[in-house]
Design a protein around this ligand. Structure first.
Ligand code: GLU
Length: 444
């Protein structure tokens, strides 16, 4: 397999899918050598079968808004690969959702899920529905309409969706309710559920906590302490919130948060009280991060991302392609020592190149943010045995999983000069697991 040629071929087959091509080309560039060590992989055309999703379901979602107007959106589920377990991955509601975005996310999810050590295949779904400014009743009706079609394609042993951008506990609850209504079955078909109906403790915290655990492991490889470090966090949703919570607990100093309108910079650090304000603002009032700056009298920069601020560490936790080449340059120039991705593919290929050339500790999302889906896997286990584990039990498992992922990255990603290429490590480790399972299962 020649990575560049394969990417070219995929580009021609799937024009106008830039996010998908970006994700595929990142992975192929790093697994090429390993792939070519196994002639049997090429004989089974594993590369096409691994890059092209098993199936893509797309459908119209029709719902009625509060004014009585009939609205339509597109709904999708990309079932990418189920070689190592049922399809698994979140649902994203955002105006930017396209088949290309969901194909990139489902592709990434396949490798990420393989890294968790748990038996989960890869999938992703979503809609171009924009939740901003929608009433609770509108969100409920939309979720029900979305599930009216999706329910035929999912199941606890088939495909288990969860949340992602624009989909949190509220949306998962509404979708679960509708699934139950349609199928008459109370089963673990979604994760990220409420605690009263089969959700797992630590699931809301898992992505953010997991990223900070991963960051700690990276810092340890250089004997650096997290305590006292100033940290740029982007986003202000679920991932960013619990990233900040864990940073505060471990004595680090988070100084920024953002949303699609701009970012805030708090030189004194975001403390527990300020975080409680953010959680209420974002989760209950569904307001804008600008209000933080107004309340605490700190700097707010409209229409920008926080990467120009001076700090020691950056934890991008908003969305794809939020760190571009110029951002990466200023992070390096400002002396950042580590970048660990809470979001999926937040750094562009040019930005990654800059981080790696500067020998920064740099962890891609598929390794660093795998804690979320890992605890989803633990939620599936708890649902299967109809038991709930304690906070401590789940947190302990999460820590173990993040440490295993880190070890796997070190195993497959350490270069002759000692630099750990976490991108290579994560891609090769995830790829080998999925590839071996696919080979064993024949040409299907
Ligand atoms: N959306 C999350 C991710 O990107 C979680 C998926 C899940 O829990 O299934 O990994």
């Amino acid at each position: 397999m020649n990575a560049l040629e394969t990417v070219e071929r995929l580009k021609q087959r799937f024009p106008n899918e830039p996010e998908y091509i970006q994700a595929v080309s990142q992975v192929l560039g790093t697994i090429e050598d390993e792939y070519n060590r196994h002639p049997e992989f090429e004989q089974a055309n594993l590369i096409d079968r691994l890059c092209i999703p098993d199936r893509i379901i797309s459908f119209r979602v029709t719902w009625v808004d509060d004014k009585g107007k009939v609205q339509t959106n597109m709904g999708y589920r990309v079932q990418h690969n189920n070689a190592i377990g049922p399809y698994k991955g979140g649902i994203r509601f955002h105006a930017s959702v396209t088949p290309s975005v969901l194909k990139f996310l489902a592709f990434e999810q396949t490798f990420k899920n393989a890294l968790t050590t748990l038996p989960m295949g890869g999938a992703k779904g979503g809609s171009d529905f924009n939740p901003h400014g929608k009433s609770d009743a509108e969100v409920m009706r939309f979720c029900q309409a979305f599930m009216n079609e999706l329910y035929r394609h999912i199941g606890p042993d088939e495909d288990v969706p969860a949340g992602d951008i624009g989909v949190g506990g509220r949306e998962v609850g509404y979708m679960f309710g509708q699934y139950k209504k349609l199928t008459h079955q109370f089963v673990g078909v979604l994760t990220g559920k409420g605690l009263q109906f089969g959700g797992s403790l630590i699931r809301p915290e898992a992505t953010g906590y997991g990223n900070v655990y991963f960051l700690e492991s990276m810092l340890q490889t250089r004997g650096i302490e997290l305590k006292g470090k100033r940290v740029l966090v982007s986003g202000s949703g679920n991932v960013a919130q619990y990233t900040v919570e864990k940073l505060i607990e471990l004595g680090a100093v988070p100084v920024t948060l953002s949303d699609s309108d701009g970012y805030i910079y708090d030189p004194d650090g975001i403390d527990a009280d300020k975080l409680a304000f953010v959680m209420e603002l974002k989760n209950e009032k569904r307001g804008r991060i600008k209000e933080y700056a107004e309340k605490y009298g700190v700097k707010y920069v409209a229409g920008a991302r926080p990467w120009g601020e001076k700090a020691d560490i950056a934890l991008p936790s908003a969305t794809q392609d939020e760190i571009e080449e110029a951002d990466a340059r200023s992070l390096v120039a400002n002396g950042v020592i580590a970048v660990s991705e809470g979001a999926n593919m937040p750094s562009t290929p040019e930005a990654i190149e800059i981080f790696q050339q500067a020998k920064l500790l740099y962890a891609p999302g598929k390794a660093a943010n795998a804690g979320g889906v890992a605890v989803s896997g633990l939620e599936m286990s708890q649902n299967s045995e109809r038991l709930s584990w304690t906070r401590e039990q789940v947190d302990e498992r999460l820590k173990m999983i993040m440490s295993d992922i880190h070890q796997n990255c070190v195993k497959y990603g350490t270069q002759p000069d000692g630099y750990i290429n976490y991108v290579r490590g994560a891609n090769v480790a995830g790829f080998l697991k999925v590839a071996k399972a696919m080979m064993a299962q024949g040409i299907v």
